[in-house]
Ligand binder design. Structure first.
Ligand SMILES: Nc1ncnc2c1ncn2[C@@H]1O[C@H](COP(=O)(O)OP(=O)(O)OP(=O)(O)O)[C@@H](O)[C@H]1O
Ligand SMILES: [Mg+2]
Length: 256
């Protein structure tokens, strides 16, 4: 579905150059769920921006379903790290935005928006504006909007970072159900290794900047997954420990 072929990215400003990705090579299959984890500032969001077609790589290329990505890829739904709700629209109208672009009637938009708003636990807040919401609520509104967009591929940048532990589990369950139902391909960035192992078919551990792949680990845990209880199994712990050993090195080196 997605091929990231030897992608490097450098940001230049005057004489200074920041290298964010280096020779990143990754192939993602249709319906695969891939988690990307690594130290802060290593280049994870840059990777998603490049897959979405928002940034051009400095070297290498991204191929989506056999065609090179040269511009914004509209087959991909992208929930960015920073929420980008429109401040002058209430929750319902923000969430329904993709349907408005698709030319759906007002009544259909509202009915479908309210349904996903309920899924993410924001019912009662349909008429509130983004500045009236907490950080986690804004994230959930973005998630709801992305669900309505219904793209075949979803890119999510730390989608659950602002949520409490309980709500995270509810959202994990929702994500897995929706991805299975809609046969979606999912790439998500997280700092939460437990979350990565719980949700993903494969976890990519990145080095500190510039991000390279330090370790790729398949997660052979059966689906459908019990997001609450699977973390207590030995199988889960073994995988978690292997990944943590590698990830720890990157965090340690970061501090020296
Ligand atoms: N548009 C840009 N212009 C210049 N530099 C950028 C730009 N986007 C990212 N960078 C730089 O690239 C590096 C990687 O940033 P990126 O946002 O990809 O990190 P990240 O892994 O997502 O970090 P975090 O976990 O903190 O979100 C950083 O040094 C950042 O300053
Ligand atoms: Mg980021």
């Amino acid at each position: 579905m997605i091929e990231v072929r030897h992608v490097s990215k450098r940001f230049r400003r005057g004489d200074s150059v920041v290298e964010a990705l280096k020779d990143f090579d990754l192939t993602i299959a249709r319906r695969e769920i891939v988690a990307v984890i690594g130290p802060s500032g290593c280049g994870k969001s840059t990777l998603l921006n490049i897959i979405a077609g928002l940034y051009a790589p400095s070297k290498g290329r991204v191929v989506y379903k056999g065609a090179p990505v040269g511009d914004v890829n509209t087959d991909v739904g992208y929930m960015t790290q920073k929420d980008n709700l429109l401040p002058w629209r209430n929750v319902r109208d923000n969430v329904a935005f993709p349907l408005e672009l698709a030319g759906k009637t007002k009544s259909e938009r509202e009915a479908r928006a309210d349904e996903v708003i309920k899924h993410v636990g924001l019912d009662g807040f349909e008429l509130r504006y983004p500045h009236e919401l907490s950080g986690g609520m804004r994230k959930r509104a973005c998630l709801a909007r992305m669900i309505l967009y219904g793209a075949e591929t979803a890119l999510l940048d730390e989608p659950f970072a602002a949520l409490d532990a309980q709500l995270k589990l509810v959202m994990h369950d929702l994500l897995l159900k929706l991805a299975a139902e809609n046969e979606q391909t999912v790439v998500f960035v997280t700092h939460d290794l437990m979350e990565a192992v719980t949700l993903a078919d494969r976890v990519i551990v990145c080095t500190r900047r510039p991000a390279m792949i330090a370790l790729e680990q398949k997660i052979p845990l059966a689906r459908p997954r019990d997001v609450l209880n699977m973390r207590f199994t030995n199988e889960f712990k073994e995988i978690y420990d292997t990944l943590w050993e590698r990830l720890r090195l990157e965090y340690q080196e970061e501090r020296v």
